[in-house]
Design a protein around this ligand. Structure first.
Ligand code: NAD
Ligand code: LMR
Length: 331
């Protein structure tokens, strides 16, 4: 059983994610941290009849210290979301500083915790987090994760929708496994449909349309919400799915393989992937164990020529995003 922290707990993602964590059998203590309304959200959740305490903290009265101390996992959906017409990179100006300050709190109060960064732009906020942890002398790359699970969830859902109606291929989204690698924005997102399990047969036009939909799925929600934010409920599901997989490995010894945006040189098997892609940070399937990343399970040797082309484009975009994060917190 672990203490879990949600930083940004009063927000659109934070509230449903906190609800799901309140239902998680591995969480003994849930600490909700936000700059507004976290005590209210905590009181509301505390009436749910599952075991485990829930407490809300604001920045005053050493709230961050109280929330973070003793945590085994810290999930960070703090920061502003997109509005129509914005890119994720447009969020950097505000969210970079928010993530930096929260990670400073992690470094001071719970340096051994698993850290799951949801705040965008993930391609840059995760490098910022790594820099802050490195500066504090507590960087454990096996425990730092950029959460890209929503891309995997979308890949499952949208693939099932395309093959739905084809009796041979089946259309149940839960039955599909589609690895997604690269980063978390537009064409840095590389779905590997050729490696879908069970295998799917797609025409060239279907493959292109499906790839584009997975890469730009976030825009669909931003446009539909029309100024009221971006994906929150599907993200809470995805964030919980990743957190739960990690806690299953850490608390119940049940390992699984999930894609995540990680620091390649610091995780077992990551150097070989770095040699192939050239970037330090990359989303790749990783096997999760009690100490975080056990090893990278790279599908890159098996990808199609079409996906090799997508990867080339992704790497170009990713490189700049990573450098921007590193430059924001130079050591
Ligand atoms: P939101 O505005 O609804 O909630 C953000 C919350 O963060 C608010 O409650 C706010 O008070 C809080 N916050 C702001 N500064 C803080 C600080 N310094 N410390 C603690 N809390 C602070 O936004 P949202 O829709 O929940 O989205 C949050 C972030 O998640 C955005 O950056 C969004 O782009 C990102 N996101 C990422 C993914 C992904 O796949 N990784 C998916 C969806 C959204
Ligand atoms: C998403 O993929 O839904 C998130 O990154 C939010 C966004 O800005 O699209």
């Amino acid at each position: 059983m672990v203490k879990a922290v949600v930083a940004g707990a009063a927000g659109g993602i934070g509230q449903p994610l906190s609800l799901l964590l309140k239902l998680c059998p591995h969480v003994s203590d849930l600490a909700l941290y936000d700059v507004v309304n976290s005590p209210g959200v905590a009181t509301d959740l505390s009436h749910i009849c599952t075991t485990g305490a829930v407490n809300g903290y604001l920045p005053d009265d050493n709230g961050m210290q109280k929330a973070f101390t003793g945590a085994g996992i810290v999930v960070i959906p703090a920061g502003i979301p997109r509005k129509p017409g914005m890119t994720r990179d447009d969020l950097f100006k505000i969210n970079a500083g928010i993530v930096r300050d929260l990670i400073k709190g992690v470094a001071s109060y719970c340096p051994d915790a698993f850290v799951l960064v949801i705040s965008n732009p993930v391609n840059s906020t995760v490098p910022i987090a790594a820099q802050v942890l490195r500066e504090a002398g507590v960087f454990n790359p096996r425990k730092l994760f950029g959460v890209t699970t929503l891309d995997v969830v979308r890949a499952q859902t949208f693939t099932a929708a395309v093959v739905d109606g084809d009796a041979k291929q089946g259309g149940n989204p839960e039955s599909f496994k589609v690895p997604v690698v690269g980063g978390h924005s537009g064409d840095t997102i590389v779905p590997l449909l050729s490696l879908a399990e069970p295998a799917v047969t797609l025409t060239d036009a279907q493959r292109e349309a499906l790839t584009h939909r997975i890469q730009f799925g976030g825009d669909e929600v931003v446009q539909a919400k029309n100024g009221a934010g971006s994906a929150t409920l599907s993200m809470a599901y995805a964030g919980y799915r990743f957190a739960h997989a990690l806690l299953e490995a850490a608390c119940a010894g049940k390992t699984s393989v999930e894609p995540s945006f990680v620091y390649l040189p610091g995780v077992p098997g990551g150097e070989q992937v770095k040699d192939q892609v050239g970037t330090d940070f990359f989303a790749i399937p990783v096997q999760l164990g009690p100490n975080g990343v056990e090893k990278v399970v790279s599908p890159l040797d098996k990808i199609s020529n079409y996906e090799k082309g997508l990867l080339e484009t992704a790497i170009k975009g990713l490189q700049g995003n990573i450098e921007k994060g590193i430059a924001f917190h130079k050591l």
